[in-house]
Design a protein around this ligand. Sequence first.
Ligand code: MSP
Length: 532
Amino acid sequence: MHGGRGEGLRADPGTLRPVPRFYITTPIYYVNDAPHVGTAYSTVNADAIARWHRLCGDEVFFLTGTDEHGAKMAEAAAEHDMTPQGWADTVVQRFQDAWRALDIANDDFIRTTEPRHHATVQAFLQRIYDNGYIRLDTYRGLYCISCEDYYTSDQLVDGKCPVHGRPLVEMDEENYFFELSRFEDRLLEWYEAQPEAVRPATKRNEALSFIRGGLRDISITRTSLRWGVQVPWDPDHVFYVWYDALINYLTAIGYGRDEERFAAWWPAVHHLIGKEIIRFHCVWWPAMCMAAGVDPPANVFVHGWLLMGGQKLSKSLLRTESGEAAARLTDIAPQALVADFGVDATRYHLLRDVPLGADGDFSYDGIVSRYNADLANNLGNLLARVATVVGSKCSGAGPRPDPHSELGQLAAAVVEEARAAWERMAPHEALEATWHLIGRANAALEAAEPWKADPGPAVDAVLGDALEALRIVSLLVSPAMPSTASEIWRRIGLKGDPADCRVPDDAAWGGYPGGVTVEKGAPLFPRRQAGG
Ligand code: MSP
């Protein structure tokens, strides 16, 4: 159990049991270009984790959105002959469409151009200013527009941005600076006191070594750009995009507008972020909170990158140097995957293939082989077999499970493993555990061969167990594959929806009622050919 759970409890009026609150966020995505499979990775993982917590009965708030200010956005809008707002309005639609296609159930969608966000940024930063942590100075430095970040010359690779490989722009302006250097000790103390705040440990160490290396004050406003949130005490300046973006996490829960709501959700947040934005979330952000007199975020979980041919799939790399679209990468827009594999198989792959926290290869053949092995051969096959044999040996009525079967003991252990894995932000392990149960249910069928046996109690017992395993599997996969879970639930004759159940109580062995109609239906996951 990590920092977020257990805080800000309210009682469930039915049971009087405390209901934990669970607040989870994705980074807000730049709208300089369309969503892609890398941004889908963050979003699908956050969505599945949020769905798991809902399944456990937690009160969940899942936030995602778009980061719409800054030089990169203004540049993209100009390239398309549009105003920044017009461009943001167009691209935000693509994000919302992509998330709809991926069955993302966010509770709020924040756009940094919204008035509620401008007001929050101004209130929050005014507090930091009033607290004496912001000063005026002149900035000279090399800026990467794709990163929206400065680099020193020793950080460059071949004189270019180490992340994007693009040339840097010389900046020389009068800026307001946030005195980050004054927070070195407080940040180190915070890391010491909150050993779980940044996970995994490798990423925590990365943030710590950055702090120990010495912190410099950061430039947080621009005069060369109008596209941003106006600085309340000096209207010639707008806030630097990163400095406004981080505050989105507070805007959505009512900072400065609804103190009760804000106190209910903060600081027990879970920020899910990619590894390239550690410094912003694990150094700047806690320091900004401290400077404003707000508790730092309780949990930051850092995930790795999906790589293709060794390169991160970022929007800036979707174009080749000559400006042409790189066909291979544009082929893997989230909707292209959904059209090809279906929404649940796409979600499953993004959750199962690469452990959250590590980097991993993303390839078309990789999806096909995992799809065939896990979804077609294992899960799909289990349902198809059980439904067929229930049809031929039990007249289509699913029998009850054996309350004392070995599979039942395994199922209880799997439910517990899955719960622990979701709690520690390890969806791939939760799914791996679930597939262990699917594998054992298939193996039990193969050993008993009910299709060869005469109808009777022995056949009923093995089929009842398999149906009960499928019921529990539906519950456990519902955060990852909501439609598949509902469909299995329906086909094995159950009413309602797995997402309306409560885990662990409803996942206890023995819940399958028996005597209900089992429907075979078309294969859930028809097998795919590799390479196409
Ligand atoms: N706007 C900032 C975040 C501000 S948060 C206050 C930003 N946006 S982004 O559009 O570039 O999205 C970055 C996020 O997308 C990463 O942190 C990561 O979560 C996700 N990913 C982008 N490319 C990715 C991969 N190739 N692999 C995995 N995740 C990737 O940074």
